[in-house]
Design a protein around this ligand. Structure first.
Ligand code: DOR
Ligand code: ZN
Length: 446
């Protein structure tokens, strides 16, 4: 087996930067500080080296919705964007409600080498909780194998794509069970009653009213409810795609109280706001919806304060034709994002608003800890995914050169600074993509 030296790069860690060469030999990583030599060398001078990022909230649509996306297509998009581990949501067809449905997804994911795909289970009926208990608490080797691929339980407290809203009684039962078996819950927090009354009060059919129909008060009330249950039962609770200042304050208070509550925000809620309905129309429709620029600013402050634990994309591909069919307000909700997250964050980092270490904390360390994913940092002997990034390269995001099957992005035309150059994953040895990640035939295997 040949060897590879990554020389002259700067490794980004959660607590700072480290200049070191990385030698990959016999499938093993070692950090070396002297001039070494190897069969192949990547000159990484001026480049940054990150651990392969974790996106802890994606929808890859398989099985059942493969006209929108497949595990293979979206894993490829993820890898091209520097994301090598994802946590996938249960609103597929069939939904991931049973050990059998989870096993099917795990089997499909075995064919995918671009990305490590982990799965959430979902529950809308009592028997689904029994299935979760079996996966999570059974000592059967088959169940333990599935548990190792399962990140926890996803609860929709309001309907969204797939209509998987869980009824109140069962939500409470889920919090009780998950505390008992120590399984994390990730919750989509919006209050169906508040959404329904906001919706009923609006007759204007403009797409921008989507944000008024699902208001920040609804999200905040739902987070309040979820944190109350987390307090009552001692459940580990992660708030998905927090979108507004009101909800952020609820999370802040829950953390101050010492509850095991964490949260994530999306790049679209950080970087887009309600003014963008004007140019994006239905392509700015997602749940929870876009908010005001003041809300986005509050989310950035939440990142600076450390109240926000993760950035995750809620990558939710729908076809252009699906978005454009029918009336705007009936368009399916969701935007793709897994491939554009890192370039967008690197662009923010270039302004000084975020550090490279923040990116590692928000998109590697914290999701890794929250969901016990067991991913490894770049270190001697580690089984680490390695990402090599040029922080200075300037380019424009265009959907034609992205990999998601959906073929569009809400960030079309955005000028970004920072580009993924190489992604190395250890799948039976380290494989190096060199041709802008698209030309797989040119991939040299080390
Ligand atoms: O915008 C969204 N899209 N929000 C969700 O909750 C689901 C997602 C999807 O699956 O399309
Ligand atoms: Zn989602």
């Amino acid at each position: 087996m040949s060897s590879l030296l990554i020389s002259g790069g700067t490794i980004i860690r959660v607590n700072g930067e480290e200049k070191a060469d990385i030698l990959i030999q016999n499938g093993d990583i070692s950090l070396v500080d002297s001039e070494g030599s190897a069969d192949q060398t990547i000159d990484a001078s001026g480049l940054l080296i990150f651990p392969g990022l974790i996106d802890c909230h994606v929808h890859f649509r398989e099985p059942g919705l493969t006209h929108k996306a497949t595990m293979k297509s979206e894993a490829r998009a993820a890898r091209a964007g520097g994301v090598t581990t994802v946590c996938e949501m249960p609103n597929t067809s069939p939904p991931t409600f049973t050990a059998g449905a989870l096993a099917d997804k795990v089997r499909l994911a075995q064919e995918v080498t671009d990305c490590d795909i982990r799965f959430f289970m979902g529950a809308v009926a009592r028997e689904h909780l029994a299935q979760l208990r079996t996966v999570w608490a059974s000592l059967l080797p088959e169940m333990q194998r599935l548990k190792a691929r399962c990140c926890g339980l996803k609860l929709f407290l309001e309907n969204s794509t797939g209509d998987l809203k869980t009824d109140q009684d069962l939500v409470e039962e889920a919090f009780r069970l998950c505390a008992e078996i120590d399984c994390p819950i990730v919750a989509h927090c919006e209050d169906p009653v508040l959404n329904a009354s906001a919706n009923a009060a609006i007759s204007d059919q403009d797409i921008a009213t989507h944000s008024l129909r699902r208001p920040p008060e609804s999200e905040a009330a739902s987070i309040e409810h979820a944190t109350t249950l987390a307090r009552r039962y001692g459940t580990r609770l992660h708030i998905a795609h927090l979108s507004a200042a009101l909800g952020l304050e609820v999370v802040r208070r829950a953390k101050e109280e010492g509850l095991a509550v964490t949260c994530e925000v999306t790049p679209h809620h950080l970087l887009l706001d309600t003014s963008r309905y004007e140019d994006l129309g239905v392509f700015a429709k997602m749940n929870p919806p876009l908010r005001s620029s003041e809300d986005s600013a509050a989310l950035w402050q939440g990142i600076a304060d450390g109240v926000i634990d993760c950035i995750a994309t809620d990558h939710a591909p729908h076809l252009k034709e699906e978005k454009e069919a029918g009336s705007p307000l009936s368009a399916p909700s969701g935007v793709p994002g897994v491939e554009t997250m890192l370039p967008l964050l690197l662009t923010v980092a270039a302004t000084g608003k975020l550090s490279y270490s923040d990116i590692v904390r928000l998109c590697f360390d914290n999701p890794n800890t929250i969901y016990s994913l067991g991913k490894e940092h770049i270190a001697d002997g580690a089984d680490a995914d390695i990402l090599i990034v040029d922080p200075k390269e300037e380019w424009e995001i265009h959907a034609v050169s992205l990999h998601s099957l959906c073929g569009w992005t809400p960030f079309e035309g955005a000028k970004v600074r920072g580009r993924v150059k190489y992604v190395l994953r250890k799948v039976g040895g380290y494989a190096v993509d060199t041709q802008g990640l698209t030309n797989r035939a040119s991939r040299g295997v080390v």
